[in-house]
Design a protein around this ligand. Structure first.
Ligand code: C5P
Length: 222
């Protein structure tokens, strides 16, 4: 039985990939399964928090007691996050948000008959949801604790430290090891202003509970 270390808190979590349309039947996405974000939502709920989960397109069941908002694109994810962030005291960005989206989605399906060249896609940058939230006055004042994730192929500690500074968040969590996408277990590297702590390989729900404990400790609740 876990203590209700986040009682009185409202935790807002993003999870899963985004889907950026190219035309009505096609789009760009990635292999994020959403499992880590959903596990975090579940663990935060178990710890007594009110939880809102903003999810990209994933095939996962909503954890019990969690309010879920489904979105497709990064822009929709940002809007959903901004619509719920006022009440939040903790924001965890676990989603794998597309860095770029097609500059415009075609209104009609792009057709290959006609023999012309393949379509040229132009891209524009998506908003950085985590950096946007971390720059909000409530986050700057320390009333909204922001946690980011990093998936890197090498030099995790260096990249995690740099990303923590770039995003302006107090806690950055690196996924240790390759290809965590879709798997049921993982290992994490927690980087804050003081230290780097490793959570050894375990099922994502176990790591999520540990991470919730680490967040509660940093909020001064444990
Ligand atoms: O910059 P990078 O994508 O590596 O940063 C990863 C972290 O930033 C994750 O916490 C991810 O959820 C968040 N992020 C975001 N919006 C983006 C890109 C990343 O919230 N457009």
């Amino acid at each position: 039985l876990q203590a209700k270390v986040l009682a009185g808190h409202h935790v807002l979590v993003t999870a899963g990939p985004t889907f950026e349309p190219i035309d009505p039947v096609r789009g760009l996405t990635n292999h994020s399964s959403g499992k880590m974000g959903f596990a975090l939502a579940r663990a935060a709920r178990e710890a007594g928090a009110e939880v809102t989960l903003v999810a990209g397109p994933v095939h996962l069941r909503t954890p019990r007691g969690v309010r879920r908002v489904d979105v497709q694109t990064a822009q929709q994810m940002l809007q959903a996050v901004l619509a719920h962030v006022e009440q939040a005291t903790v924001f965890v960005a676990a989603a794998a948000v597309a860095d770029w989206r097609p500059a415009r989605a075609a209104e009609r399906k792009l057709k290959k008959d006609g023999g012309g060249p393949p379509p040229a896609l132009a891209f524009v940058e998506n908003p950085d949801i985590l950096a946007t939230v971390a720059a909000l006055p409530r986050a700057r004042r320390g009333e909204l604790y922001c946690v980011g994730f990093a998936a890197e192929s090498h030099d995790l500690l260096r990249h995690a430290r740099a990303k923590r500074a770039r995003k302006g968040v107090p806690l950055l969590v690196g996924n240790i090891g390759p290809a965590t996408f879709g798997r049921d277990d993982n290992a994490l590297l927690l980087v804050d202003e003081r230290e780097a702590v490793e959570l050894p390989p375990a099922p994502k729900i176990v790591l999520a509970r540990q991470l919730v404990g680490e967040i509660a400790r940093r909020l001064g609740h444990v």
